[in-house]
Design a protein around this ligand. Structure first.
Ligand code: APR
Length: 244
């Protein structure tokens, strides 16, 4: 590698885990079609009916544990093994990037396999055996909750995520509808000379101006890009592939 290894920043959403069997949120058969956000994913829901919220995240955890990383997670991890600098910023609460072998992963919206204090977001804990139960408390004596950022809450790691994106030579965005802020605004943090590519079956509809579109599922789109980059040892925008 040259003195400056190309730095790939990957920003992922639920779509990268779809081929692993984890439901996305906003599809017609997605999670938010079956569950009202205000019943399970807000601080108010937690105050009103914590048991219901815990049950919802127990189900999510079961789905995550059954899932395996797919070709897209694996291709990204393999790029890192080849000497590229790869940083992953994910909106996903699953651990599939880590299980595929990615070492630099920032979870913007938390991690389902961890617990945290309900009064101090910095106090994180391994998940209690059998999941979180009412009565499980943190060191400040307050109830443990899933380590997940809910709607209406600040995103504690957003500034850190911005700093990572600002260092990108290329920003690869995968499987996100870009519907949730502030996460979606991360794209605007990419350096002006960095290409930004969106791999998503709905990329034509979703990509903001100036973002290259690869309208394919992650398993295919990401592996094709990674194959090109591995072969050449550099990050570039394969126009033939994108049809741009
Ligand atoms: N490969 C790539 N993308 C896919 C695939 C696939 N196989 N299947 C579906 N997608 C795309 C969809 O086209 C859609 O654009 O994945 C995207 C999923 O969008 P959302 O369900 O909105 O998920 P996401 O963008 O990750 O949601 C952001 O919203 O509810 C919150 O906190 C939750 O982190 C989540 C945030």
């Amino acid at each position: 590698m040259t003195s400056h290894s190309p730095h790939l920043v990957v920003f992922t959403g639920a779509g990268i885990s779809a081929e692993s069997g984890i439901q996305t949120f906003r599809a017609s058969d997605g999670l938010w079609a079956d569950h009202a956000i205000e019943d399970v994913a807000t601080p108010q829901a937690w105050r009103r009916d914590p048991e219901r919220v815990l049950r919802f995240y127990d189900e999510r955890r079961t789905q995550v544990r059954r899932a395996r990383p797919n070709a897209a997670h694996q291709a990204l991890a393999s790029l890192e093994k080849q000497g590229f600098r790869v940083s992953v910023v994910t909106q996903n609460i699953d651990d599939l990037h880590e299980r595929a072998g990615s070492r630099d992963v920032l979870h913007l919206h938390g991690e389902i396999l961890k617990a945290r204090s309900s009064v101090d977001e910095r106090m994180r804990y391994p998940l209690p055996r059998g999941g979180i139960k009412l009565g499980d408390i943190c060191d400040k004596g307050s109830q443990l909750r899933p380590d997940v950022v809910w709607f209406g809450e600040p995103v504690p790691r957003y500034v850190e995520a911005c700093e990572i994106v600002e260092q990108a030579d290329l920003l690869l965005v995968v499987g996100t509808s870009l519907a949730v802020m502030p996460a979606a605004a991360l794209l605007e943090r990419a350096p002006l000379d960095a290409e930004v590519i969106l791999v998503d079956p709905a990329a034509e509809r979703l990509a903001p101006p100036g973002v290259a579109r690869l309208p394919q599922p992650a398993g295919r789109g990401v592996t094709e890009l990674v194959r090109h980059w591995s072969r050449e040892g550099r990050l570039w925008l394969p126009e033939t592939l994108l049809g741009a």
